[in-house]
Design a protein around this ligand. Sequence first.
Ligand code: NAP
Length: 260
Amino acid sequence: MPRPSAQRRTGVLRVLLLGGTTEAVELARMLSKRVDVAVVSSLAGRVSHPRLPEGIVRVGGFGGDAGLAAYLRDEAIDVVVDATHPYAARISQNAALACGSSAVPLIAFERQRWEMQAADRWHLVPDMRAAASMVDREGSRVFLTIGRQELGAFCGCEKAWFLVRAIDAPTSCMPPRMSLILNRGPYALEDELRLLRDFSINLVVTKNSGGAATRAKIEAARILRIPVVMIACPAKHTGITFTTISEVIDQVTQLTLDLP
Ligand code: NAP
């Protein structure tokens, strides 16, 4: 049975917005203005001071796809919007399973990835381990921008030196030779150029997160002719995905038209 807080109001679509991205913050801002939508944003709780979306926010895992299905039922959710990070594959898989078993529609957003340009020198690798073995060479001065969760893959790299940038301080084991910068995007091109030059970086290791907020490091590497080790993006959704915020809003609007 839905809890009292989850009781339906006629003409209001109850949306669970799986977030953690700039686009999810923007979607929450747009949807929370509407009288025909009640939106709850969900964050994984990965960063200590997240950029909080407007409206109601919950933080932390649901307990797998079964826990998410129970949440959808308890909160009488009408639709799930998945606007999670491109590399957060498990939550997207859980959302697909939970929505499938609960007959709740899923609107999947995936921002467009960066595409290699003629002047880029990208090395595509399947995972962190492959990236670590590729970069651990004498003389490598590596700008490592993969977040903090998977830094452990690089803790056996004894030859390379790393400039690690993350939002929060890492808690796992880290490369023995490194400096740490704590910062959060968006980043400007001139700042990224300065950083790469100041630290004599000769290799960049990154995920292909797409979007504008962290793209400047890719542009800076291109300008300075620095190779980039690009870690492959996991598969998130098998069904239709939308790549713009306006398409997601249109999909939500379509569902409000069928409301009792
Ligand atoms: P994940 O591997 O897809 O998810 C792991 C678990 O975290 C999920 O099974 C779920 O727990 C919980 N979770 C993830 N996103 C959630 C959300 N929006 N609301 C509620 N619970 C959520 O994702 P991840 O561990 O966060 O990150 C995987 C990769 O994505 C890493 O490479 C990371 O650097 C990158 N990334 C993630 C975020 C983010 O906001 N999640 C942001 C930037 C980068 P339950 O199974 O218990 O429900």
